[in-house]
Structures are given as structure tokens and as C-alpha cells.
Design a protein around this ligand. Sequence first.
Ligand SMILES: *Cc1c(COP(=O)(O)O)cnc(C)c1O
Length: 363
Amino acid sequence: MRPLSRKTVARIDLDAIRQNLDVVKSLAPGSKIAAVVKADAYGHGLSQVLPALDKAEILAVATFDGAQRCRDFGWQGRVLVLEGPTRADDCQAALALAFEMVIHHDSQLALLRQSSKAARQPLWLKLDSGMHRLGFPSSRAKDVHGQITELSGNEPAVLMSHFACADDPHNPMTQAQISVFENSTKGLAGNVSLANSAAILNFPESHRDIVRPGILLYGVSPLEQQPAQDIGLKPAMTLQCELIAINRVKKGESIGYGSEYSCPKDMNVGVAAIGYGDGYPRSLKSGSPVLVNDRLASLIGRVSMDMITIDLSDQPQAQVGDTVTLWGRGLPLEKVAACAGVIPYELLCGVAARVNTVVESRA
Ligand SMILES: *Cc1c(COP(=O)(O)O)cnc(C)c1O
């Protein structure tokens, strides 16, 4: 096979992930860390990021396939399946591979009862404290806690819940959820886990025994008002490509599909090798920021499947082959996501499989 030649790459910085994990540890010094690596580690590549997460006590994934991959890639520590079992053989896999499971629904209690042996790992009891996505009603906490304790051979359950609005420090919802959780779990044995990234930053009182950071580990801020840099985070992914053409276009001529952008003057237009087929969103409009050789420039015209066009008026020295950065080091993902009208999570998870990854690490 030919060596990979397209220079459209996601650079994954393992030192950044290590640093971000340290930031989380210093924010929640009394808590264990369940590093959330669902959706292939938020698009960074699970196998690639694992070496940077060895100081996390637990890995949390959405599905059993994700949990299996953690073991395949050599992770021997604790693994938590956030959505829990949906089939009988999920419970078998949990026994065989020592997966911990979130139990949030009666259908899962039934699956556990069918499975012959008691779970050897702690089960996590998820309570709905007001988000109304997954979880047993808080009124059933005592009853279900009793059942789960029995099903796990008296291994105490981890008591968990999830916040709906923790990204807003002034929203009373989070305190209300904490109160619901506390009132319903009073006197029940077991560790407690409530906080995602936003709650780690905004609600220290929610840290408890185990925190569940996702986006923070990847160097992205979940808070609109607080840039990642101010929290001490470093972007783990830098998405880059190269200029494959530079063309001189006359004043009044238009660029790309729909002829949406009209040149206000004679200008140099760069064509870069990335598009919505790579996960660079088509919703980005003219004026959105990119970096050409680390200098700010603007997207012009529509995003195509494999290409974008860039205003190079201010960069007469730019050449074919030069590096274009779409987000990451020097250009916060949060800014690009805001221009695209999406959350940063969505851009990370949307990076397409054809984008090659390059892992960078000093350690
Ligand atoms: C995804 C997820 C997290 C992590 O969320 P971040 O906002 O990325 O920190 C934590 N807990 C649960 C249950 C999740 O599904």
C-alpha cells in the first residue's frame, strides 16, 4: 500500500491530556477520577489516549463495545459502562471482564436476576434527581439500593446521578438536584458520584467520592464564560491540513458553491484540503477563523466535502503546502464551535475516520 499522503491530520497531544488530568486532580483533590472516554475518547482515539490516562482510577464508556475495547487495548483497571446492560450477555461480559455497570432501569434489574452469578464488581445505582433522562425515580432509592446490594453479593453500590445545568453556576437546578439526591440516599451505604466537567468547575460541593470528567481531559472548557486556558487546560487535539492551491481571483468574482462569497478586491484565495467529509462543519460561514502558518485568516465561501477556501489577502508569503490549522493549538475549538453554532463536543466526535491521527508525546 502507498504510504498515507493526505496531510489532513488530527494531532493528539498526550502531554496535554496528562496535564489536563492533573488539573482535574487539583480541582477535585479528594475524589477518584472516572475518565470519560465514550465515543472513542471524544474523537481522539481510545487506544491512543489510554497511555495518558494511567493516573485515572476508572475509565467510563457508554457501551459494552467500548468497555471491551478498553480491555483489548490493555487497560486492566476499573471500567464503567454508563448505559449499563441491555442484553443478558452484557451481564456475562461484565462478569468475565470485570466491568462495572450503571443500573438505571427495572429492565436491567431483570437482566441481572437472570444472570446466574452475582456481579463481582460494584454496580452503580443511577438515580434521576431531575434531569429525567436515565435513572430510577429518587423515591425508589432505598428499595432499589436493597435489590442491587443483594444482586452484587453485598458489594455496596456506587450511588450516582447526573446534572442537567451544571454549566451555569447561577442556575438553581444543580442545587435542587443535589438536595433531591441527598434526601433520597440518606443512610444508604456506598460511594457517591455526581460531577461531570462543568460541575467539577462550578460546584465543588458536588465532587464527592468519584468525579466523571470528560471534556476537561481533552483541554476544552465546558463553560462559556471561562476559556480553557484560564483553567490551565491545553487542547488535546489540533486539526490541521495543508494548502493545495493558491489562486489570484479578481474583484467581483465569486468563490465556491452557490457563489456565496464575492471578492471585494483582487485577492489571493487559498484552497485547503479539509471539508465536511472530514467533520469540518458546513455550517461555518465566511469570516470564521482559521490559522495559516499560525496566523489568523478567514474562511470564505461554502465548505465543500473535501476543501475549503481561505482569504489570503494578508498573507502574500503563503505557499502551497503550508499548514492550515482548523482548531486546537493557537485557535480554541470553543471559538470555532461557536461560529458553527454547535457545542465543542460535537466537533470532536464528528472528526471523520479518514482523518489520520498523529500522536505526540514527550513522555
Ligand atoms: C458524558 C458523561 C460525563 C462527562 O461529561 P463532560 O461534560 O464531558 O465532563 C459524565 N457523566 C456521564 C453520565 C456522562 O454521560
